[in-house]
Design a protein around this ligand. Structure first.
Ligand code: GSH
Length: 222
């Protein structure tokens, strides 16, 4: 059985889990969390970048969420995660990359400052950083995505692709930090997120990470 390393609540790990769910393939989870464990020699031998996720399939090891999703897609062609047309495929890969490079760091700030920091690490929220992220840095990224979001379905049709999964996984992370896409400013993107959250593969991933989310929330009560 394939082994997926990484805490389920991490957005890049969530991407891989949604991929597994769409394919209906079981995996063994190693719920390793960001922090010193990722920099230990045992883990660096799996992913020399010291990041999650990493996938092990026999003697194959892959340490990047987009490449994991593409590997799953090629290994299990049913329920494709990529459109067919070469131009769409290029754009799909690009949006997945853009979500990782542009959306991920901003959503992570909101998640860390509004959720994990105050609840788990007992650190005060850096409100100036959150305000700058939400009011100045996120809007142009959401504008870019809004312009590429259709009125119905997902980014490349009726099914979730690696691009959809990447965007959704990041915005779910921001949602834990009480950020949601403003439907009056980005109506297509907000509706896309609602549709995405209802997708069974996404709902299944959220259910699986619920216990960890509750644990972090509960830590904030003590
Ligand atoms: N490009 C990588 C990025 C992986 C990444 O940044 N993972 C984060 C968690 S979502 C991580 O491992 N952070 C720990 C750290 O920065 O030390 C991917 O898409 O998988």
């Amino acid at each position: 059985m394939m082994k997926l390393h990484g805490a389920m609540i991490s957005p890049n790990v969530r991407k891989a889990i949604i991929g597994f769910n769409i394919k209906g393939v079981e995996f063994e989870a190693n719920n390793i969390v960001p922090g010193p464990d990722l920099k230990k020699p045992e883990y660096l031998a799996i992913n020399p970048l010291g990041l999650i996720p990493a996938l092990q399939d026999g003697d194959l090891t892959v340490g990047d969420s987009n490449i994991i999703l593409q590997y799953l897609d090629e290994k299990y062609p049913e329920h494709p995660l990529m459109p067919e047309d070469p131009r769409d495929r290029a754009e799909c890969r690009w949006i997945a990359e853009y979500a990782g490079s542009a959306l991920f760091p901003l959503c992570f700030v909101v998640f860390r400052q509004n959720f994990v920091g105050p609840n788990f690490f007992k650190e005060p929220t850096d409100q100036a950083l959150v305000d700058e992220t939400v009011n100045e840095k996120l809007p142009p990224v959401l504008d870019y995505l809004e312009a590429r979001t259709p009125d119905i379905g997902f980014l490349f049709g009726a099914d979730l692709t690696i691009a959809d999964i990447s965007v959704l996984a990041m915005l779910i992370t921001a949602a834990y930090g009480s950020y949601s896409v403003d439907g009056t400013r980005w109506p297509k993107l907000a509706a896309f997120v609602s549709r995405g959250l209802e997708h069974p593969a996404v709902a299944q991933a959220l259910q699986a990470e619920k216990q960890m989310v509750e644990m972090i929330r509960a830590a904030g009560q003590n």
